[in-house]
Design a protein around this ligand. Sequence first.
Ligand SMILES: Cc1cc2nc3c(=O)[nH]c(=O)nc-3n(C[C@H](O)[C@H](O)[C@H](O)COP(=O)(O)OP(=O)(O)OC[C@H]3O[C@@H](n4cnc5c(N)ncnc54)[C@H](O)[C@@H]3O)c2cc1C
Ligand code: FES
Length: 272
Amino acid sequence: MSTSDSYIPTPTELVEVIDETPTIKTLVLAPAEPMSFKAGQFIQLTLPGVGEGPFTPSSSPSHPERISITILRTGTVTERLHECRPGQVLGLRGPFGKGYPIDKLAGKEVLVVGGGVGLAPLRALILTLLDDLDPIKRMSIRYGARGMEELLFRREYDQWASHAKVDMQVTIDNPQPGWQGPTGVVTTLLKDLDMTLPECTAFVCGPGIMLQFTTQALEAEGLTAEQIYLSMNRRMSCGMGLCGRCNIGKYYLCKDGPDMNYALIKDAPNVF
Ligand SMILES: Cc1cc2nc3c(=O)[nH]c(=O)nc-3n(C[C@H](O)[C@H](O)[C@H](O)COP(=O)(O)OP(=O)(O)OC[C@H]3O[C@@H](n4cnc5c(N)ncnc54)[C@H](O)[C@@H]3O)c2cc1C
Ligand code: FES
């Protein structure tokens, strides 16, 4: 794909809208041509006449003919995307970024830590690893949301955790009637990690403050910066390393990320 082609969105029909939580919807898209992507790569989604925004598909890369984008309503574009109905034609550009380093995970214990809508990009990683669990030793998923009603993909947790190599713990910030699980922010699930730390690789996605406290918690548990990958979903524009909107230190998050090894960025002034 040439740079000028990368600016032209592929027409894409919205075929299904899934209400996930009061503030999050999943849009299932059927691109005019299947768009191959790797878990962790992102796309620019255009609503004609309104604008575009970067989103990381939450669906498995094994099905490029149906791409799910899970969207938190937060401002102008996401508000209007939430109002879209099946049949609406959207535009897709991409994929951009490197994607998760799945080829480096053989023999590893994989720790997936999500906060709020951050579980959306991580779902593509989880589904990719579930497709073939043989290479990894184990996958531990830790997820936190503000309340029960904000838990994303709740219908899938039992199925994910039904694999012998997978375990999952979920917390909500405060006690709620009907909730029997742990309470507190997601870092409370990271104390005394029952993992073989030297073999562990952690992937973290969530709001900026969650990335910061989760990184601190993982370092306190004994993980090194090299073992931690952070989804740096900052504001982006071109998606191709051309506009300089997304740099952190010497890296462009759109090209070198958005999932960055913490060791590469930890000394940059604007990391959190
Ligand atoms: C690589 C990448 C992947 C992303 N993947 C997803 C995803 O899978 N699902 C999802 O819901 N969102 C994702 N985002 C964030 C999403 O792009 C923004 O929330 C969206 O573009 C906001 O557009 P808006 O016009 O609705 O909000 P605006 O009106 O532009 O902003 C409204 C509010 O949202 C905040 N905001 C805007 N952009 C971001 C951002 N990038 N990160 C954090 N806060 C932001 C603003 O500071 C403001 O407070 C991703 C961002 C990046 C860079
Ligand atoms: S978004 Fe333009 S350089 Fe990264």
